[in-house]
Design a protein around this ligand. Structure first.
Ligand SMILES: NC(=O)c1ccc[n+]([C@@H]2O[C@H](COP(=O)([O-])OP(=O)(O)OC[C@H]3O[C@@H](n4cnc5c(N)ncnc54)[C@H](OP(=O)(O)O)[C@@H]3O)[C@@H](O)[C@H]2O)c1
Length: 308
């Protein structure tokens, strides 16, 4: 049986990925901070980022590692303490993986790691692909250091590594979609700032399928933008979501400065315009299940029914 070890497997993406992997007859184990976490069919190993001891058997019979661990970027205001947590949770976990793989990584065929399209920073209407440069600010710097911490596994240990620059993940189980849909449900929805900033999004099913393709396709290596091929503006996203939720958009746009006052530097996540093309994913031959926002939203709203 093929085995996959997921770090951060208890989160939004990891939980869905676990199900998709199980449906494809993979066995799954987690590296988690939670000592008592239990999930049927999943072996859970514990790790502590400040005391990097991991049970030796963790890597036994494992062929693939999917590295998703990291403190949630959109959960809390970015105080200096929170920023440190966002950085350390990613760099320290990568460092532990690197060290353990150096000692026990002989059977590992590939490491697939999360990164984020936030690496590009604000670029207005410009299309961005994997060759575009790193932007300015906290998020681009965080993502760039995160990718560098994973790249060592490829460069120094020779293990094939794929880094996925993930866009806003749309899921009917939580995450950004719920934050966007909730105000609309209560007639409080409105575009943010000018509304002309681009959102690069991906349906969670496509993201999970891309992770699995990256595991199985030995020609894939390096950086890939994990986004749908049709990014939309914030205004288009909000309007389409309101349309499918059958709610009117009656509120005025939320001015940038108000949004900045509410969320501080974290407001960058929704104010930056990041229009990303999944150039290398398309070249790899991957066929999207949800290439356009309308098909994705219809599906997500069905899944989220009763939860928003
Ligand atoms: N969701 C998105 O829209 C999106 C977009 C771009 C990139 N990404 C990236 O993709 C990855 C997975 O996303 P997700 O939405 O599934 O994230 P999530 O729901 O926040 O889950 C991340 C997991 O990381 C672990 N974690 C949390 N805080 C940690 C800390 N301080 N130190 C070490 N581990 C910690 C947790 O697992 P344990 O409690 O089991 O340790 C958690 O379940 C993340 O790295 C995220 O930044 C996500």
């Amino acid at each position: 049986m093929r085995n996959v070890l997921i770090t951060g497997g208890t989160g939004l993406v990891g939980s869905k990925l676990t199900k998709v992997l199980a449906d494809k007859s993979y066995s799954v184990s987690y590296l988690s901070r939670k000592s008592s976490y239990q999930k049927q069919g999943v072996s859970v190993y514990q790790w502590k980022l400040k005391a990097p001891e991991i049970e030796k058997s963790t890597f036994e019979n494992t062929q693939y590692i999917v590295h998703l661990a990291g403190a949630n970027i959109g959960e809390k205001r970015w105080s200096e303490t929170q920023k440190r947590l966002l950085v350390e949770s990613r760099l320290d976990s990568s460092e532990i993986l690197y060290t353990k793989l150096k000692a026990h990584g002989q059977n590992i065929k590939a490491v697939i790691s999360a990164s984020a399209v936030g690496i590009y920073g604000d670029h207005g209407d410009d299309w961005l692909d994997e060759n575009s440069g790193v932007g300015n600010g906290f998020l681009p710097e965080l993502c760039s250091n995160w990718e560098a911490s994973v790249k060592r596994i490829q460069d120094e240990l020779g293990i094939r590594t794929v880094m996925l620059r993930i866009g806003v993940v749309l899921s009917g189980r939580g995450g950004a979609f719920f934050k966007m849909a909730k105000p609309i449900k209560y007639w409080l929805g409105a575009p943010i700032g000018s509304g002309s900033q681009f959102i690069s999004w991906i349906h969670i099913d496509d993201l999970c399928n891309i992770v699995i393709k990256a595991m199985e396709d030995s020609t894939m290596s390096g950086i890939y933008n994990a986004v749908a091929p049709a990014p939309v503006t914030n205004h288009e996203f909000t309007s389409m979501l309101a349309y499918f939720m059958e709610k009117p958009l009656i509120m005025p746009k939320i001015p940038k400065f108000v949004f900045r006052l509410m969320f501080g530097e974290m407001s960058q996540i929704l104010l930056d315009s990041i229009r990303v093309k999944p150039e290398r994913i398309l070249q790899s031959g991957y066929q999207y299940k949800y290439p356009t926002l309308d098909t994705a939203l219809i599906r997500i709203l069905k899944k989220a029914k009763g939860r928003i």
